[in-house]
Design a protein around this ligand. Structure first.
Ligand code: HEC
Length: 219
């Protein structure tokens, strides 16, 4: 006690060495423990989860999956914007491979000048680096939906095209059931106009109806 009048707890060289070592070891230990604490997830070795229900279900799942669609269910058409986002934007958003860039009137003006039907036809049949239907199958996107995407893109490039006529429900189902019919329609975009024809006949009929003497209404 007499050798350490200043009250320090370190009194011998041995204590000094112990204190120096502890000054390193204690913080390092705390840091290591904290690191484990932060990263404290359950660790499993590779392959130990192979009997988990999910893993088993995945292994024994049939290779081929069949999606059954009701052929008579009404077809819900995508909008032009949805088709564009899902398919066409891959090339047209940035102008890949010389594709007319979305929203760039300079790229679109000469195309728009060809007229809507020509553009629709080109989108369905392909041109240069542009794959037919943007690389999709008629089962995924009908001619009508491709047409909507064409109108959507062209209209953002300065055109003012109306949407193509919506096919009748039955016509859409028939086209789905027989891909050949869809291809036939693809080679003649006018076919869609023909589909719309019955509607216009009906309109004409109802328009001429008022000209006929109206039957007396019972009072
Ligand atoms: C793989 C890339 C790619 C995809 C996907 C793609 N296009 Fe194109 N598209 C092109 C290219 C390249 C051109 C320019 C072709 C040319 O002028 O030779 C083009 C041109 C066009 C044109 C102008 C045709 C003309 O007569 O000048 C239209 C319209 C068009 N695309 C519509 C679409 C629609 C609609 C989709 C989506 C359903 C689509 N494209 C998806 C690459 C693509």
């Amino acid at each position: 006690m007499s050798e350490a009048p200043n009250g320090t707890p370190i009194k011998t060289p041995g204590q000094l060495i112990a204190a120096v070592i502890a000054a390193f070891a204690v913080p390092v230990t705390i840091i290591i423990l904290l690191a484990y604490y932060v990263d404290n997830t359950t660790r499993t070795g590779a392959g130990t989860d192979e009997l988990a229900p999910d893993a088993v279900a995945q292994r024994i799942a049939p290779i081929a999956q069949v999606t059954i669609r009701d052929a008579n269910a009404p077809h819900v058409y995508k909008t032009g914007e949805q088709v564009f986002q899902a398919v066409c934007s891959a090339c047209h958003a940035t102008g890949v491979a010389g594709a007319p860039k979305f929203g760039n009137p300079g790229d679109w003006a000469p195309r728009i000048a060809q007229g809507y039907d020509t553009l629709w036809h080109t989108a369905l049949s392909g041109k240069g680096a542009m794959p037919p239907r943007g690389g999709t199958s008629p089962d995924d996107y009908s001619d009508y939906e491709i047409g909507l995407a064409v109108a959507y893109m062209a209209n953002h490039g300065g055109a003012n095209f109306p949407d193509p006529p919506k096919p009748e429900a039955n016509a859409a189902n028939a086209a789905e059931a027989a891909p050949g019919a869809a291809t036939a329609a693809a080679s003649a975009p006018g076919a869609a106009a023909a589909v719309a024809a019955p509607a216009s006949i009906a309109q004409t009929a109802s328009a001429s109806a008022p000209a006929a003497p109206a039957p007396p209404t019972p009072k």
